[in-house]
Design a protein around this ligand. Structure first.
Ligand code: PLP
Length: 408
């Protein structure tokens, strides 16, 4: 007999059934508590998203007030909830490309598939429908909808479905030349868009090689390929010191996909930032048959507004930059441990402690819990570190000590 009705995402359900679930009941700042009342330092901010920290009643109150007024209505046609309209203006004001339009979604996978569809639709609209290939990178994670799965650079995430999307291609994750080679091989006139995470996240936290992002930006420009920057993880401050990696590195994306930190995960929401060039044909007589019932949900928009208020009022982008240095200082010494292959850190409020043996990753997550840390494995045996921006330097030291203790 099955012990639980819940089928977890990305899980060995046989093992979950056997060992039980890790049931989280409460959160406050950088800590969470399980159902038994045990406290853990949250090394990952949930799934990379709790940028402002847990337990912000200010966001809960803003959502409650919005739901009492009107929960949601529609963002199709000329309808829009008032709060959603205000949020779009606020996001446009911080967009990496001036004059960007904001298309709301319900999460990161929605944002990616929205951008992939719009890339093709754009070329269709401007009379070049043969520009259809969408390019991703090895190690890439772009969510689990059809286009995002087709673009996955993590082969196991793509296997077993047949061809999900025709004309998807993969290039090396760290080498702009491999993008150039693809362009030479198939022709720029066949390529619609190139998708890149500024920092490879779920693929194991791989930082971009020096100059890589500017190089692929320039290659896309030169060959008239849309440059889509997936900032679902890096956006809303996680890159450190700036709203987006696209602003920190002047990436001038044609489209930027976001979710997670937009609401700090208090309520699901995503947004695609669309540069004027891509939006223009659809504001000049043509229209795009695409949208989501809950895209721009009014309650989510209220959460986003309150979340942005907190990020601004408490200077949390600067705190994320502080964490960039703090994680580097406290975690790099772990690279000396024989069970650790390397520590990847030094850009944004993210890091990875790469285990030598990837098979140790899942048991290690359990050992970490015994040392008061809630962690998670990403990529091939990497411990994902992506704390909330309110984690103090002392808590970073506590986390590093907990990881060291768990390494034994
Ligand atoms: N893109 C990136 C870079 C992500 O890291 C994720 C999720 O982790 C997604 C897209 C998909 O987002 P979601 O899980 O909200 O659909």
């Amino acid at each position: 007999m099955m012990a639980s009705a819940l089928w977890h995402g990305f899980a060995d359900m046989g093992a979950v059934e056997k060992n039980g679930a890790f049931v989280v009941s409460r959160g406050e700042g950088a800590y969470i508590w399980d159902r038994e009342g045990t406290r853990y330092l949250d090394a990952t901010a949930g799934l990379w998203f709790t940028n402002v920290g847990h337990g912000r009643t200010e966001i809960a109150d803003a959502v409650a007030a919005q739901l009492s007024k009107i929960a949601h209505f529609s963002n199709f046609g000329d309808f829009v909830p008032e709060t959603t309209q205000v949020l779009a203006e606020r996001l446009a004001a911080i967009a990496p490309v001036a004059g960007s339009k904001i298309f709301f979604t319900s999460g990161g996978s929605d944002s990616v598939d929205t951008a992939a569809k719009l890339a093709r639709r754009y070329w269709h609209e401007v009379g070049q429908p043969e520009k259809a290939i969408i390019v991703g990178r090895q190690k890439a994670y772009h969510g689990m909808h059809v286009a995002g799965t087709a673009l996955a650079g993590i082969p196991v995430n793509r296997e077993g479905y047949g061809e999900l999307m025709a004309d998807a291609a993969t290039v090396g994750w760290d080498d702009a030349k491999s993008l150039l080679e693809l362009i030479e091989r198939v022709g720029a006139n066949k390529i619609a868009a190139f998708f890149a995470e500024p920092i490879i996240g779920a693929g194991g936290v791989y930082l971009p090689p020096e100059g890589y992002l500017a190089e692929v930006r320039d290659i896309c420009r030169e060959h008239d390929i849309l440059f889509v920057v997936d900032e679902v993880v890096t956006g809303f401050g996680r890159i450190g010191g700036e709203w987006f990696a696209s602003t920190r590195f002047d990436l001038q994306p044609d489209m930027m996909t976001t979710a997670k930190g937009l609401t700090s995960g208090y309520v699901p929401m995503g947004a695609v930032f669309i540069a004027p060039r891509v939006a223009e044909p659809f504001y000049a007589g043509s229209w795009w048959r695409h949208g989501y019932t809950y895209g721009g949900h009014a309650g989510a928009a209220a959460a986003a507004m309150a979340n942005l208020d907190i990020l601004e009022r408490e200077n949390l982008l600067a705190e994320s930059k502080r964490l960039e240095a703090s994680l580097h200082t406290h975690l790099q010494p772990l690279a000396e441990h024989p069970r650790v292959a390397e520590v990847r850190s030094g850009l944004g409020a993210v890091a990875a402690v790469q285990l030598v043996d990837p098979a140790e990753a899942l048991p290690f997550v359990k050992t970490l819990r015994e040392h008061g840390i809630s962690g998670r494995a990403a990529g091939q045996g990497a411990m994902q570190i992506s704390p909330t921006f309110v984690m103090t330097d002392d808590q970073v030291a506590e986390m590093a000590a907990g990881i060291l203790a768990a390494l034994g």
